[in-house]
Design a protein. Structure first.
Length: 217
């Protein structure tokens, strides 16, 4: 539950802060674009509020409650996720391959959250002037997720901040491990950062994991 709240709030707040910084400078120079940015901020906030409402419903778990626990984000929501990132400045592309929509809801949520957290780190550390590519490929029993950015154009390489030891990376590894997978994160040859995750389509083994698969938070 805490990991879900970290991912939902961390990403949304990073997007909102970046957009708000830009909107403040557009208020006079480009009012229409400033208004569009404010609408994106509002939509991002409403989306996060909806996810938190569903999460709190799972925590509350009152008997007889008819409120649905789904839908949760999945691979079909990656386009919208990248749209919000593009609105904050970065150039972003998405490549998908294989039968992704046939994956279980829990696995799709894990893929979405890994991509979301990687993009949050891109926005925090690479900034709005970076280029990021996202690839999600289903190949047999494996799902490969890659998120790569080109780093901050305005900061020398020796001054860039490391992004491999925070709670977000730990959370991504935990999500991959839930599906017998692994995750690596580190600097790339383009001057930025790359996250690579490998997950399997097998159902989680443990009882706790099975519960998460049936009702992914």
């Amino acid at each position: 539950m805490s990991r879900e709240m970290h991912d939902i709030l961390g990403h949304t707040l990073a997007v909102i802060v970046t957009l708000a910084d830009g909107a403040s400078g557009l208020a006079e120079s480009n009012p229409k674009r400033g208004a569009d940015t404010l609408r994106i901020i509002a939509d991002s906030g409403r989306g996060a509020l909806g996810e938190l409402t569903r999460l709190l419903a799972v925590i509350d778990d009152k008997p007889g409650t008819d409120a649905p626990l789904a839908p949760q984000p999945g691979v079909s929501d990656l386009d919208a996720l990248l749209d919000r990132l593009r609105a904050a400045g970065p150039t972003a592309t998405l490549h998908t391959e294989g039968e992704l929509h046939g994956l279980t809801q829990g696995l799709q949520l894990a893929v979405y959250r890994i991509v979301q957290e990687a993009l949050t780190n891109t926005l925090k550390y690479a900034g709005p002037d970076t280029t990021v590519t996202v690839s999600v490929v289903a190949d047999g029993d494996l799902v490969r997720v890659t998120v790569e950015d080109t780093g901050p154009l305005h900061i020398p390489k020796q001054g860039r901040r490391s992004r491999g030891s925070g709670h977000g990376v730990v959370g991504m590894r935990e999500r991959a491990a839930l599906y017998d997978g692994s995750l690596d994160a580190g600097p790339n040859s383009r001057g930025g950062w790359t996250v690579r995750a490998l997950l399997t389509t097998a159902l989680p083994h443990t009882a706790a994991s099975t519960t998460t698969e049936k009702n992914p938070a």
